[in-house]
Write a protein that binds this ligand. Structure first.
Ligand code: ADP
Length: 495
């Protein structure tokens, strides 16, 4: 699949200007405004997409509402929806490399990861939920004999989905897969800096036979298009992956409008805890480096805090620095690259500001800490390891979303646990130990949606992903994802 000559042929191909997909049609913004799409590979303008207006969002919502209410999709037999969704997955699969390269040019992820994590994951997601939907049954409640209690599952209505730029197809289809399979209609808002692949798969959905209005995609700014979706009286469910401050705004918008249900995945500051009895320190270092530096740290579950037992601290940091140095950072369209570009100038500046602050506080920048490959015009940053970080430092408390690892030593299991749980977040974690009892104690006590043991970042579609505390609520992936898009309705029949 990763044929360099095919990638090179696609690398410089012109990219047509994007258009909203509203009511089954490609449309410009209502006022004709566009925004430039800047490629993080070289800082050049790749193309434009509509700079959507509230009017565009409202048109998309009205179209989704009409589609939902007339049953053109919500009223189909689950097996009929499945057929269309499977066809959609086939069309995406046939274009996987084109989509992967387009996505990389838009958001900067290294192609090796992007191909698997983006189009091919989208295909897997859509197939999984398409295959599941005609296998979900309702219930008959265990009532007394003089009544019949039926529990139906109904599509929840019109879904607003607001997604981020790091993995637009993967995260987008974590939401679109179950929402569309369930029979909902959707208004999707991609991130400003990663719209192109989502626009393309929405076109493919129409080609696959998804009726007009069932999937609308409106591009533009969060505070305009996203806010219009969040404030709408006609959106029933709002699903979001992104930052905490935006999540808070969405909850406020829900409270001030129709109290739509809001499901949030808000990132993390995930602790990666390495005990001295870890089975293989070299392996732990290699996997830990990948767990923070792949995709230049732009991964919601990234292991961005390394908690390491003091007796192995220096040895482990050396191993980690060595593993990080071996990672190839640069051109994301080179299949041998391990970490591609930072998504935007804004994100790069933010990453560097965190490092500057740590430096000013006297923390040691063990490796990295700076922009690299500036001559390309692209946004690249060296993998950065900062040691001597205090658990209360901003570097250890706030999600950076860049290739920056904060290293914190600890002496005891209790201390490790206290530091691990000492942030507002609770998305992911890892524990490296050969002691089975300790591993289970940590699994029970770490407040996070997922705790890895003797690995970092492993997962597949069969397991749910979601946070606790201020990492959010609700779950993507697995059959649990349907809970957001299917309402329970009881029928009570007197016999
Ligand atoms: P990041 O800082 O990582 O870009 P954001 O939370 O700002 O994270 O972005 C995630 C998604 O939320 C994007 O699609 C963005 O456009 C959208 N967004 C940003 N601000 C708002 C807002 N005020 N209302 C609704 N959506 C928003």
């Amino acid at each position: 699949m990763l044929d360099q000559s095919r990638i090179d042929a696609l690398r410089d191909a012109p990219v047509a200007a994007g258009a909203h997909i509203i009511d089954g049609e490609s449309r410009p913004a209502s006022d004709g405004a566009t925004m430039e799409v800047i490629s993080p590979l070289d800082g050049a303008v790749l193309t434009t997409v509509p700079k959507g207006t509230a009017t565009d969002a409202e048109a998309a919502i009205a179209s989704a509402r009409a589609a939902f209410d007339d049953g053109r999709w919500s009223g189909l037999a689950p097996a009929a929806r499945k057929k269309v969704l499977l066809k959609w997955a086939d069309l995406i699969e046939a274009e996987a490399l084109e989509l992967a390269v387009l996505g990389v040019r838009d958001n900067g992820t290294e192609i090796g990861m992007a191909l698997k994590a983006e189009p091919l994951t989208a295909v897997a997601n859509i197939r999984y939920y398409a295959e599941a939907i005609d296998k979900l049954y309702g219930e008959i409640a265990p009532t007394a004999p003089d009544a019949l209690g039926l529990v139906h599952r109904e599509p929840a209505g019109v879904v607003g989905a607001i997604v981020p730029w790091n993995f637009p197809l993967m995260i987008g289809t974590w939401k679109l897969g179950p929402a569309l399979a369930a029979g909902c209609s959707v208004v999707l808002k991609p991130a400003e800096t990663a719209s192109l692949t989502l626009l393309r798969i929405a076109e493919l959905a129409l080609d696959a036979g998804l009726p007009p209005g069932v999937l609308n995609v409106v591009t533009g700014e969060g505070h305009v298009v996203g806010a219009a979706i969040a404030e709408s009286m006609d959106i029933d469910v709002l699903v979001f992956t992104g930052s905490g401050p935006t999540g808070r705004r969405l909850l406020e918008a829900s409270a001030k409008s129709n109290m739509k249900r809001v499901y949030l995945e808000l990132g993390g500051k995930s602790p990666n805890v390495v005990f001295a009895d870890a089975p293989d320190l070299a392996e732990a270092a290699k996997v830990s480096a990948a767990g923070i530096f792949r995709n230049s740290g732009q991964v919601c579950v990234a292991g961005s805090r390394l908690l390491v037992e003091r007796s192995i601290h220096d040895e482990f940091v050396d191993l980690l620095a060595e593993a990080a140095r071996k990672m190839k950072v640069g051109d994301p369209l080179d299949p041998t690259t391990n970490a591609g570009a930072v998504n935007s100038q804004r994100q790069l500046d933010q990453n560097l500001a965190f490092v500057d602050e740590a430096r000013a506080q006297g923390r040691e920048i063990r490796i990295g800490g700076s922009r690299i490959l500036e001559e390309t015009g692209g946004y690249y940053m060296a993998p950065t390891i900062v040691t001597g970080v205090a658990p209360t430092d901003r570097l250890a408390q706030q999600e950076i979303f860049g290739p920056v690892l904060a290293v914190i030593p600890f002496d005891t299991e209790e201390e490790a646990l206290r530091i691990a749980n000492g942030t507002d977040y609770g998305l992911a974690a890892a524990v490296w130990t050969a002691n089975l009892s300790r591993a289970h104690r940590m699994i029970r006590k770490i407040k996070a949606g997922v705790v890895h043991v003797n690995t970092y970042g492993g997962a597949d579609l069969t397991v749910p992903l979601g946070g606790v505390k201020q990492s959010g609520n609700g779950h993507d992936k697995s059959l649990h994802a349907f809970d957001k898009y299917l309402d329970l309705k009881t029928a009570w029949i007197k016999l």
